[in-house]
Design a protein around this ligand. Structure first.
Ligand SMILES: CC(C)(COP(=O)(O)OP(=O)(O)OC[C@H]1O[C@@H](n2cnc3c(N)ncnc32)[C@H](O)[C@@H]1OP(=O)(O)O)[C@@H](O)C(=O)NCCC(=O)NCCS
Length: 201
């Protein structure tokens, strides 16, 4: 039987973990990324665009096994900029991929912390790491006086939705995505909100 991981949760991604973070993110969101670019292209483009201070990470003996992005102070997990896309993918493909990824940008709302993606290493799922990352986000949000936490979950991901519900998120608005259905296989997403009232027990 495998030992339970002794996971350490930290705020901020050390710079040397940029590439492992992109690899983990790409693998976790393969359905979104694979139609747009290869893993090698994603590593070349996205590793430098990571805003490392916008991540809450999980380490197992120094190895990155999961992380969640947070939009704190208007900065997203990735600082999207056209030129690295064009440099790696050429003008037309680079512009297309940049525009598609830009569509996933979400508006900033004062007083609300936005969760900008969460992922756990495939081999380590179902052991509570996702829950630990969410709890760390709740603590961060309280320390910075946020009242609510918002995230979006797609209809093809009922497992993640169950986890969010268990952690106190409630569904609010539902959106249809016709373009994403053709390219990435999901047709709807739901915005979920957690209201932070008292310290987490
Ligand atoms: C969603 C995710 C971060 C959960 O991380 P985790 O460490 O497995 O989460 P926990 O162990 O704390 O909780 C397990 C819960 O996650 C959900 N889950 C989703 N996908 C899972 C998977 N492949 N394996 C195990 N649990 C999964 C289940 O609802 C499970 O709850 P259950 O025991 O009631 O079924 C992880 O599955 C993941 O990285 N998925 C791919 C990326 C993704 O979909 N991110 C969410 C985008 S909105």
């Amino acid at each position: 039987m495998q030992d339970k991981p002794t996971v350490e949760i930290r705020l901020g991604l050390p710079s040397e973990l940029r590439r492992p973070a992109v690899a983990l993110y790409y693998e976790a969101f393969r359905a979104k990324f694979a139609p747009l670019m290869t893993l090698d292209e994603a590593l070349r483009i996205l590793a430098d665009l990571l805003n490392t201070e916008q991540a809450i990470i999980a380490l197992d003996n120094g190895r990155l096994v999961g992380f969640a992005g947070i939009q704190h102070g208007k900065r997203m997990l990735f600082r999207l900029s056209l030129s690295p896309f064009v440099k790696t993918l050429g003008f037309f493909r680079g512009l297309f991929v940049y525009l598609v990824l830009s569509l996933f940008g979400r508006p900033y709302k004062k007083g609300e912390l936005l969760m900008d993606g969460i992922c756990v290493d495939k081999e380590m799922r179902g052991q509570g790491i996702g829950g630990l990352l969410l709890k760390a986000i709740f603590d961060f949000a309280r320390q910075h006086n946020y009242k609510t936490i918002r995230l979006d979950v797609v209809d093809t991901n009922p497992g993640a939705r169950r986890l969010y519900e268990r952690m106190g998120f409630k569904p609010t608005v539902e959106r249809r995505h016709l373009f994403a259905q053709t390219l990435m296989g999901f047709s709807r997403s739901t915005t979920m909100i957690k209201v932070l009232e008292s310290p987490e027990k």
